[in-house]
Design a protein. Structure first.
Length: 149
């Protein structure tokens, strides 16, 4: 039996947020936070729009989810993000005590895995969900950006 609300389903929702970022000229990273198969936060990169280097999709999603829940801990939540979180976002996930992180494309230079950033001990990680799609939108963004300059 097909599970309608699996990791691929929610990653597609995060990907939709990445498309919104792309259309705004932001680096196309999208995120959703899920609790009990329900999206409680949606976000995308806003670093250019807000002129704020900390306005990554994950940070925006953590703030929205905490506001929705009325508390700062996201222990029972799952973060779906199209790109492997950076050191800053992984650190924030530690403090938020996120239950699970699911990401699409790897980020070998700035991602938390190669930088060996510590996550909360109870946080589970799943990688490579819709990896090709998540990688392609980033590649397309930077190719178009280079062609405009």
């Amino acid at each position: 039996m097909i599970q309608p609300f699996d990791d691929a389903y929610f990653m597609r929702k995060a990907y939709q947020e990445a498309e919104i970022a792309f259309d705004k000229g932001e680096v196309p990273v999208g995120a959703v936070i899920v609790l009990n198969n329900r999206i409680i936060a949606r976000a995308h990169n806003l670093t250019e729009t807000l002129n704020d280097v900390t306005a990554h999709a994950e940070m925006q999603a953590f703030t929205a989810a905490a506001d929705f829940l009325g508390g700062k801990y996201l222990k029972d939540c799952i973060l779906y993000v199209t790109l492997e979180p950076c050191q800053m976002c992984a650190g924030a996930s530690y403090w938020a005590q996120i239950g699970k992180i699911v990401y699409g494309a790897s980020e070998p230079e700035r991602g938390f895995v190669n930088l060996k950033t510590t996550l909360h001990p109870k946080t589970k990680v799943v990688s490579g969900i819709l990896e090709n799609e998540c990688s392609q939108i980033l590649k397309r963004f930077f190719i178009e950006k280079r062609n405009l300059n």
